[in-house]
Design a binder for this molecule. Structure first.
Ligand code: ATR
Length: 286
């Protein structure tokens, strides 16, 4: 840990969550500041729901320049901000706050971070592709919002609770071909998919053996992506890799949602490779 560079011009940034002590954002963002010569310091703040309003008052009072927002505050923070970017408004959740001279604007970089990661790390071209999403929760919504801008041929949505898949497809029906499906149709659509994306928590630590679908349905030329990054390679990804599929883990989404936040705050290109290296080191994987 180095604090030698902090001086009376250092700008403060941070992440809020409850819990927050597991967060790798401080390691990643402080590395990004160091790489780019930004005089910033990034801290993790444990903010419980009753403290949220006061925290935002503190952001204004202290001139905290940027904040990342995680569970359980992504929706609840919205009424305390001055402006909500159109995408964050449509997704209904904020993960990044930018403080411009006391005016606080909320953004959502999760979906665009995921799509940038998918394109840079797994498959550059999404136009015309058939993409199967497993899950229809908040994460799926953010990803669909970003994916429709890539003009995929078809977005197929499968969810345990089929009403939610239908509602999500209906919300974006004017943006492309969205197909809500039942669990019974999943094997068929798996065979049609160019890309399968798991947005559910199935397979996340500690229940690492759980699978969101039967991997036997996957074609070897399908790209299989999982939003989960703990573990870095989920059971779904292991099974997909064994069948010859190209795989894409969730770490990239975390890196690039942070890269966009860094770029919004500083106006500088994010040092994504160094950010990834720092997170992998913090996870004990370097
Ligand atoms: P997030 O913001 O991470 O997307 P969420 O909004 O609670 O969290 O959504 C979780 C998603 O994972 C949902 O699609 C959920 O399915 P339901 O809508 O049927 O609840 C899915 N999910 C979570 N655990 C699941 C399980 N054990 N089996 C099937 N789906 C599951």
């Amino acid at each position: 840990m180095t604090i030698a560079a902090i001086d009376s011009h250092t700008t403060l940034y941070g992440v809020i969550g409850d819990p927050v002590r597991h967060s790798k954002s401080p390691v990643m963002m402080n590395r990004a500041f160091a790489e780019t010569g930004v005089n910033g310091a990034y801290m993790a703040f444990h903010i419980t729901p009753p403290m949220l309003k006061d925290f935002i008052g503190g952001v204004r009072a202290m001139g905290i320049a940027g904040v990342n927002v995680t569970i359980p505050h992504k929706q609840e923070v919205i009424p305390f901000l001055d402006e909500i970017d159109a995408s964050a408004q449509a997704i209904g959740a904020v993960n990044t706050i930018v403080n411009r001279d006391g005016r606080l604007t909320g953004y959502n970089t999760d979906g665009i971070g995921y799509v940038r990661s998918l394109k840079e790390e797994a498959t550059a071209e999404l136009e015309g592709k058939t993409i199967l999403l497993l899950g229809a929760g908040g994460a799926a919504r953010g990803i669909i919002h970003a994916l429709v801008k890539e003009r995929p041929g078809r977005l197929v949505i499968s969810n345990r609770t089929s009403d939610k898949a239908q509602a999500l497809a209906a919300a974006y029906e004017d943006k492309g071909e969205l197909v809500p499906i039942s669990q019974a149709e999943l094997s068929h659509w798996c065979g049609q998919a160019d890309i399968v994306i798991n947005t559910t928590s199935i397979g996340m630590h500690p229940l690492v053996d759980a699978l969101p679908m039967d991997p036997a349905w996957l074609r070897p030329d399908t790209v299989v992506s999982d939003l989960i990054y703990n573990p870095l390679k989920t059971s779904l990804l292991k099974e997909a890799e064994a069948r010859g599929c190209r795989i894409h883990g969730g770490l990239g989404m975390f890196i690039y949602q942070g890269a966009y936040a860094f770029e919004y705050w500083t106006g500088k290109p994010a040092p994504a490779a160094a950010m990834r290296e720092s997170v992998l080191a913090a996870l004990g994987q370097s």
